[in-house]
Write a protein that binds this ligand. Sequence first.
Ligand code: UFG
Length: 328
Amino acid sequence: MKILVAGGAGYIGSHTVRALVKAGHTPVVLDNLSHGHRGAVPEGVLFKQANIEDSDVSAWMRQEGIEGMMHFAASIEVGESMKNPALYYKNNVVGSYHLIEAARQAGVKYVVFSSTAAVYGEPDQVPIDEDAKQVPTNVYGRTKLMIETMLKDYSDIYGMKYIALRYFNASGADASGEIGEDHHPETHLIPLVLQAAAGKRKSITIFGTDYPTPDGTCVRDYIHVTDLADAHVLAMNYLANGGQSQYFNLGSGKGFSVKEIVEAAKKVTGIDFSVEYGTRRAGDPGTLVASSDKIKRILGWNPTHSTVEQVIGDAWKWHQTHPQGYND
Ligand code: UFG
C-alpha cells in the first residue's frame, strides 16, 4: 500500500518508514524539517518538504495515489506546551485538521495517529489501560486528545478509519545504528543520560526524589522505538483488512525509576558519570506504566526489543556512531 508518513523524518516516524519498507509497503514522507532530519529518510523513499497545512497537500496526495496515512507531525514537548499553548493549538490541532481534511478530500481511507500517554494525565491506578479516565494535565496531552476526537468524528461520519496509538516513553534506536533520536533541545531522560556518559554534559540531574515510588524517583514505561514502529504497520494492515477505528496503548508493561535508568546506563556503557539531584519538574506524574493487553489481543502485537538493556544499548550505539546526531 502507498502510505503517506507525515513527520516521517522525525524520530518515531523515520523508524516507522523503515518498518513499512520492510513490510512491503511504499512509504512517502511529508516533513517540513523543522525538527526532522533529511538524513533520517532512506534513499529511494519519496520525500516532500512541506507543512502539513499547506494548501497543495491534498492534490499531491491524490496525485501520488495515497491510500493510508500515518501522522507523526507535531510539537511534542510537554514543558514548551505549558509556556506556549498557542504554538501547540496551531501546530497540533489546526495543523492536524488541515492534514486530515486534505487526506479526506484525497480519498485516503485509513489513518494511524501518533498519540500519547499524556492523554491520561495523573492516573488513578497503574498499569493504565484504555478505559482509564482521560484528563490530560498539560496542553500537549490536550491537543493530542482533541485530534483523537477529530479522528473519531471523521470515522463515525465520513467513514475514514483510524487507529490512535498512545505511546508511553519512546526510546532506543534502530539496531543498525543508522537512525536514532536527535532532538534540539533534548529533554528526554535516556538521551540526556547517554550524553552524560559520553562526556557531552557534565552530569545528569534527577528531577525529584520524593515521589511515592520505591526509590522516590519517577517511574516510566520505556518502549523501544522499533516495537512502536512495528505496531504502526500492524495497525495499518488491520485497518486495510476491515478493522474498526480504535485506540491502543503502547508500552512494555514494566516500570523503571529514573535511578534505575541511570544505573542501567552506567552498566551498559561501562562509564561512571556524575549524577545530581534536583527538584521535581512541573507536571511530572509519579508513575506511568501501560497495560498494552488490548493491542496484544486485537493486533497480536508483542514488544520484543523493549528490555532496558536493549533500549539503552541501541540508543548508545546511535550516540557513539553519531556523536553530533544527524549533524544537519
Ligand atoms: N528526567 C530527569 N532528568 C532529566 C530528564 C528527565 O530526572 O534530565 C525524568 C523526568 O522527570 C521523568 C523521566 O525522567 O520522570 C522521563 O522523562 P522524559 O522527559 O524522558 O519523558 P516524560 O515521561 O516526561 O515524557 C514522555 C514523552 C512525552 C509524553 C509523556 C507522557 O516523552 O511525549 O511521556 O506523560 F507526553
